[in-house]
Design a protein around this ligand. Structure first.
Ligand SMILES: Nc1ncnc2c1ncn2[C@@H]1O[C@H](COP(=O)(O)OP(=O)(O)OP(=O)(O)O)[C@@H](O)[C@H]1O
Length: 589
């Protein structure tokens, strides 16, 4: 029952992704089901005719039916084999993009949850390593195909003796049990191998990842890497060698069973011929029918067992597919927000699955055009504050308001239009600089250049042969450029500026910049943010001097708040201590 629901859900999903794929498979199945009958029935007619009246016209007709019929089914089935292959190819791309958009659209909090990562790992393993989706579609088709064939062959054999069907059933069931055992062993071993496969894959990717080259060499990590790879490879080999030994045994026994069945059927038919109960033609027909019947029955049962086994994998896929995306469709649009005052009202937050609060009773108001600098020790909750403001997470309690409206009630996509963010771990895409920076509809080349200039990238740009049409990284374009950390950071800042949103959020925006570039960014900060609200996190406290207010975070709370001039005067304050420690370090040098 559970499996049939799962399969219904699954086939519906496949059909909705690619109706043509399912229809082609069904047609191909019908042809495969009809094809064997011609070679079972017509040879009997030919042999009987040869042994009897030898009517040439009839013989010619039977021969023509046999040859043309086979040719017809051969051509049709090759046509459909190709069609199914093409359908499979197309379907696999559709599935890739379906899964891709599923991952991209997932709520951010799920992206960071370990149980979701684990589920994704298992679901993707089933799809990509075990081909579970394709196998389920094929097994479903095989079940229909074999059912049709079995009905026809069963009818033919029942004319001879219904008992023969029972003998065939018994032997096929024994083989099916062996197959079930093989599938179980396979499932258990594949589950056991998930961890080792993942770990082995990680080390293989690591050894092939040139960006790790420096660390691997300088810390002489290669021997450890190879040892780890060998360890996981040995584990996998141990698992798979048991798997192959066990499945090999099962295959051997099932082959013996098939031979026993052949002997029984042939002996029975021979006795019948000798007793002149059936003709030689019927002997061939029944022998062929019995062989095809047991083959079809075995394929049917195997497909049935396989589909049940696959359901175990598909369950993970379905769970992954069913992960809900929160409704982010608030009632307000960006245009409804006239005032960009940001207010955190007694906001507390604990990461999902964690008991301790990362942010505790945060209350702060940031007025439009204000420049707020957020400082604090590592792990104090600064980035988490930004994650809440950017709605990657929702507060556990308390509210965040923009212009008096709870940000939850603003349509998500519209809300994001109001923010330009550069995260510490920003990512640029392997497109051209122009494409990366075209983040606002209708943005002109001139604007892109201007923002790159403001972010301090003008000199770097001059050196690029293709200018703003230079590809970033080499993944897609071989002539692409691997920019340095600082250059990439400047492009990321320019991207945020190109978005031209009323609120600019910069998390460690200058961490990779050289002192001169950093100085230039700070000097032109006012020009950079053009009177917009700006929130930035920085460990370089000199940057706080041009901010209007500073919020000092400690253990998830705002412990100090005010302009630089006031906070620095309080000699015991955390801010003054941090500022002076950094200043002293520079002065002493
Ligand atoms: N996804 C997460 N799941 C669970 N805990 C997290 C997650 N992200 C961060 N934390 C924890 O929350 C706390 C605050 O982290 P956060 O990144 O906000 O600090 P921060 O002040 O920005 O630190 P830094 O100055 O080092 O960047 C840390 O203890 C961190 O381990």
């Amino acid at each position: 029952m559970k499996n049939s629901k799962l399969l219904l859900y699954f086939y519906r999903m496949v059909y909705s992704l690619s109706p043509a794929y399912i229809i082609t498979i069904l047609l191909s199945t019908a042809i495969q089901a009809a094809a064997p009958f011609i070679n079972i029935i017509v040879p009997k007619l030919i042999i009987d005719e040869l042994m009897g009246e030898q009517d040439k016209k009839k013989l010619f007709l039977y021969a023509a039916i046999l040859i043309l019929g086979n040719l017809f089914f051969k051509l049709l089935s090759s046509y459909f084999v190709k069609k199914v292959e093409m359908g499979e190819e197309k379907f696999s791309y559709q599935l890739d993009s379906y899964l891709g958009s599923k991952c991209v659209d997932m709520d951010f909090e799920n992206v960071e949850k370990s149980e979701i990562l684990d589920l994704k790992e298992k679901a993707f393993f089933a799809i990509y390593n075990l081909n579970a989706v394709r196998r389920t579609v094929e097994s479903g088709a095989a079940i229909i195909n074999q059912l049709v064939t079995l009905a026809g062959l069963g009818y033919i054999l029942s004319i001879l003796n219904p008992l023969i069907i029972i003998v065939l059933l018994l032997i096929v069931c024994m083989n099916a049990l062996l197959f079930k055992k093989m599938e179980r062993i396979q499932y258990e071993d594949n589950q056991k191998a998930v961890y080792d496969n993942r770990a082995f894959g990680y080390f293989v990717r690591l050894t092939a990842d040139f960006s790790m080259g420096k660390d691997v060499r300088l810390y002489n990590s290669a021997p450890l890497l190879i040892r780890k790879m060998k360890h996981f490879m040995d584990n996998l080999l141990a698992i798979y060698s048991r798997l192959f030994t066990e499945t090999g045994k099962c295959t051997g026994i099932s082959n013996i069973n098939v031979q026993i069945q052949t002997v029984i059927v042939y002996a029975y038919l021979a006795v019948k011929v000798m007793a002149e109960k059936i003709t030689i033609g019927s002997f061939t027909m029944y022998a062929g029918a019995a062989r095809s019947f047991s083959d079809s029955l075995l394929s049917f049962i195997n497909a049935f067992i396989e589909i049940n086994q696959l359901c175990m994998y598909l369950e993970m896929f379905m769970k992954f597919d069913k992960i809900k995306v929160k409704d982010q469709d608030g009632k307000y649009t960006a245009e409804d927000i006239k005032d960009y005052t940001i207010e955190f009202r007694d906001v507390s937050f604990a990461y999902p699955g964690k008991k301790e609060y990362t942010l505790k009773n945060i209350s702060i108001t940031i007025v439009p055009g204000e420049k707020l600098s957020i400082v604090g020790l590592n792990g104090a909750g600064k980035t988490t504050f930004i994650k809440l403001l950017t709605r990657l997470y929702e507060p556990s309690s308390g509210d965040i308001l923009l212009g008096g409206v709870n940000i939850k009630e603003i349509k998500y996509e519209e809300y994001l239009r109001l923010l330009s963010v550069v995260f510490q771990d920003f990512k640029l895409l392997s497109y051209t600089i122009r494409e990366n920076l075209t983040v606002k509809p209708g943005i002109e080349e001139e604007d892109i250049r201007k923002e790159l200039d403001k972010a301090g990238f003008a000199k770097d740009l001059e050196k690029l042969e293709k200018g703003i049409d230079t590809s970033i990284y080499k993944d897609i374009d071989k002539t692409g450029v691997e920019f340095s950390g600082g250059q990439s950071q400047k492009i990321a800042i320019a991207r945020a500026l190109c978005k031209d949103s009323p609120i600019v959020i910069l998390d460690e925006p200058t961490s990779a910049l050289d002192p001169i570039s950093e100085y230039e960014v700070y000097q032109s900060f006012d020009k950079l943010v053009k009177g917009k609200t700006a929130i930035y996190i920085s460990h370089r406290l000199s940057s706080t001097r041009f901010s209007d207010k500073i919020a000092v975070f400690q253990d998830g709370r705002i412990v100090e708040y005010g302009p630089h001039k006031e906070l620095i005067k309080q000699s015991e304050s955390l801010y003054a201590t941090m500022f002076q420690t950094q200043a002293k370090y520079y002065l002493e040098a």
